[in-house]
Write a protein that binds this ligand. Structure first.
Ligand code: BGP
Length: 467
C-alpha cells in the first residue's frame, strides 16, 4: 500500500469522553455532564454519580502518561477537543477561565515534546449547559457570538501550538441528536423543522466565521469541517430506492456542500420550500458562508441501506442515526454494520463531490475487551478482532489513495479506551490502550497495552506497508 509521505497517522478522542475532572479548575457544566446514559434516556438536571464522564479515564490528570504511550506508537497527530466550558464556564461569560486555558497549553506542549501535531475540535458535543438551558442552544442566534468569542480566545492562545482545527464534530448529527449535538434543549419530538434548520444555519454561519477568523489570525492554519459519513446504499435496484438514497444523501451532505461551496445548494432550497421552512438570515450571512474550508474531515463506522418502501423502513442499530440493515454485512456487538469497502466508497464520493483534501478523523471498532495475562507478568488484551477491523479499513483507504483521492491522514477513534458517546458506557472499548475502569465505577484506572498497540506501531513505522 502506498500512503503519502506526510500522511498523518494517529488517533482521536474528545475532551468530554476522556478528561473527567468535570468540575475542576473552574470548569462549568457542559451538556455531557447531565447525560449519564448517552442518547438512550433523557438528560438529568444536574450531574449524577452514575455518569461515567464525570471521571472519564482521568485524562485531565494522566495525560502525560497517555501522550507518552501514543508517542511510543509513533503517532504523528493526536485529535482531541477543547472543552468549551473549561474556557467559558457558562458559555456567555465575558472573560475566559485562565486555568482552563493553561490545561490545554500543557497538553499541546506535551504533544509537541514528542513531535505529535495536535488536531483540535472546537466543539465536540460539549456545549456549555447554560447555553442549552438559557438560550435553547443553537436555535438561538446569540450562540454565534458566544462561539466567536470562544474561538477567538483559543485561536489567540494556541496559534503557535495548533495548526489543524475542526469547527464542529459531526455537524450533521444535529439532525438526529439535537441536544447532544446542538445543545438544543427542546425535546426532539417537539422540535419543529423550522427551529432545527434555523439552528443548523447558525452553526453553519458560526463554522464559516471560525474559518474566516482562523485564516486571519493564523495564516498557516488548516481549518476543516467534520461530518458524520454514512454511505447509504439502495435496498433494491428499484429507482424509487435510488432516489430515496439521493434524498438521504442530500440531507446528510448538504452540510459539506455549504462548507465547500459557500452557499446553500438548490436541492436544499427546494426542501425548505416544500417543508415550509423560512430561514431567518442576516444580510452578512451569505458573505460569511463564502469562507470555505481547507479540508473535509469525517467519521466512518458503518454504511446503511435506504428504501422508499415504508413497510421495510425498520431502523437498525448503530451510530447516532442507525438505518436499515444490509443483509450482506456482519455487525459489531452494538449492531453497527461492518463495511470496510464503504470507506473507499465514501472517500471517492466525497472527493468527486468536493475536490478538497479529506481527513478520516474517526474509525474503529467498539468491542468488549477482556484483560488477560500477557505471559510476561503483565496484562494485555488479545484484540485480533480490532486489528482485523482496522486493517481491512486501512486497506480500503489505500485503495482510495490509488484511486486518486487526496487523503491527509487517519486517526482511529478512541485510541485509548474512553466513555462511549451514544451509550455513555466504558465497556464499549475502542482503544489500543486498555483503561482499567468498569461501568460500576470500579477499577484502578491503570493503562495496559493491547495487542493492537504493537500492530498499529508497525503500521505507522512502515507508513502502511505492513497492511
Ligand atoms: C461519533 C462521535 C464520537 C464517538 C464515536 C463512537 O459519533 O463523534 O464522539 O464516541 O462516534 O461512538 P460511540 O462512542 O457511541 O460508540
Amino acid at each position: 500500500m502506498t500512503f503519502p509521505k506526510e500522511f498523518l497517522w494517529g488517533g482521536a478522542v474528545a475532551a468530554n469522553q476522556c478528561e473527567g475532572a468535570y468540575n475542576e479548575d473552574g470548569k462549568g457544566l457542559s451538556i455531557q455532564d447531565v447525560m449519564p446514559h448517552g442518547i438512550k434516556t433523557p438528560h438529568t438536571d444536574m450531574p449524577t454519580e452514575d455518569n461515567m464522564k464525570l471521571i472519564g479515564i482521568d485524562f485531565y490528570h494522566r495525560y502525560p502518561e497517555d501522550i507518552k504511550l501514543l508517542a511510543q506508537m509513533g503517532f504523528k497527530t493526536f485529535r482531541t477537543s477543547i472543552a468549551w466550558s473549561r474556557i467559558f464556564p457558562q458559555g456567555d461569560d465575558l472573560e475566559p477561565n485562565e486555568k482552563g486555558l493553561e490545561f490545554y497549553d500543557r497538553l499541546f506542549d506535551e504533544c509537541h515534546k514528542y513531535g505529535i501535531e495536535p488536531l483540535v475540535t472546537l466543539s465536540h458535543y460539549e456545549t456549555p449547559l447554560n447555553l442549552a438551558k438559557k438560550y435553547d442552544g443553537w436555535v438561538n442566534r446569540e450562540l454565534i457570538a458566544f462561539y466567536e468569542r470562544y474561538v477567538r480566545t483559543v485561536f489567540a492562545r494556541y496559534k503557535d501550538k495548533v495548526k489543524y482545527w475542526l469547527t464542529f464534530n459531526e455537524i450533521n448529527s444535529v439532525l438526529h441528536e439535537p441536544f447532544m449535538s446542538g445543545g438544543i434543549d427542546t425535546p426532539k419530538d417537539q422540535l419543529s423543522k423550522q427551529d432545527l434548520y434555523q439552528a443548523i444555519h447558525h452553526e453553519l454561519v458560526a463554522s464559516a466565521l471560525a474559518t474566516k477568523i482562523g485564516h486571519e489570525m493564523m495564516p498557516n492554519a488548516k481549518i476543516g469541517c467534520m461530518v458524520l459519513s454514512m454511505p447509504t446504499y439502495p435496498l433494491t435496484p428499484n429507482p424509487d430506492d435510488v432516489i430515496a438514497v439521493m434524498k438521504a444523501d442530500h440531507l446528510n451532505y448538504f452540510f459539506g456542500d455549504v462548507h465547500v461551496r459557500g452557499a446553500y445548494p438548490g436541492y436544499m432550497k427546494r426542501y425548505f420550500k416544500e417543508n415550509h421552512i423560512e430561514l431567518k438570515m442576516e444580510k452578512e450571512d451569505e458573505q460569511i458562508l463564502q469562507n470555505t474550508v481547507d479540508f473535509i474531515s469525517f467519521s466512518y463506522y458503518m454504511s446503511v441501506c435506504e428504501t422508499a418502501d415504508a413497510t421495510k423502513k425498520i431502523k437498525g442499530e448503530g451510530n447516532l442515526m442507525g438505518g436499515i440493515a444490509n443483509p450482506y454485512l456482519p455487525a459489531s456487538d452494538w449492531g453497527w454494520q461492518i463495511d470496510p469497502q464503504g470507506i473507499r466508497y465514501v472517500l471517492n464520493m466525497f472527493w468527486d463531490r468536493w475536490q478538497k483534501p479529506l481527513f478520516i478523523v474517526e474509525n474503529g471498532l467498539g468491542a468488549v475487551d477482556e484483560l488477560v495475562d500477557d505471559g510476561q507478568g503483565g496484562k494485555t488484551v488479545k484484540d485480533d478482532y480490532r486489528i482485523s477491523y482496522l486493517n481491512d479499513h486501512l486497506v480500503q483507504v489505500g485503495e482510495a489513495i490509488e484511486d486518486g483521492v487526496s487523503v491527509m491522514g487517519y486517526t482511529t477513534w478512541g485510541c485509548i479506551d474512553l466513555v462511549s458517546a451514544s451509550t455513555a458506557e466504558l465497556k464499549k472499548r475502542y482503544g489500543f490502550i486498555y483503561v482499567d475502569r468498569e461501568d460500576d465505577g470500579t477499577g484502578t484506572l491503570a493503562r495496559y497495552k493491547k495487542k493492537s498497540f504493537g500492530w498499529y506501531k508497525e503500521i505507522i513505522a512502515s507508513n502502511g506497508d505492513g497492511l
